[in-house]
Design a protein around this ligand. Sequence first.
Ligand code: RB5
Length: 148
Amino acid sequence: MKIAIGCDHGGIALKDACVKAIKDFGAEVVDFGTYDTQSVDYPDYAEKVALCVANGEADKGVLLCGTGIGISIAANKVKGIRCAHVTNKFCAQMSAEHNNANIIAMGGRISTPEEAYEMLTAFLSTPFAGGRHQKRVDKITAIEQKNL
Ligand code: RB5
């Protein structure tokens, strides 16, 4: 399994913890940067990770910015992406189980590295429940096909 990761300067504080969570889960890291605290634009990293996941080159992705908000909004502009902005373990689990999210976004000015590790581990290890949730995810896809 391959997991793509991307962040801006605001999310870099969570990056090492997320890379460790991916490796501890037994997956391969596909790293799109950034690599330091120099100011960059989060949409550039959102697009790289989102395209990698949408093209099937990575199975899932993780995006990090200051709040997780901007980078999730940008990722959701790519067809096929369901990027969930999460701030706790329950939301991370539900984003996988109910929404079949393929990327999670977190904020370096919101969450600690320990919380990010826990959320990403929950996201990666929780399967999509399918059933009634599949019908709802299909409706999301229908909206995307009509409007994107
Ligand atoms: C960058 O300062 C900040 O705006 C960005 O990391 C993110 O929080 C945007 O949503």
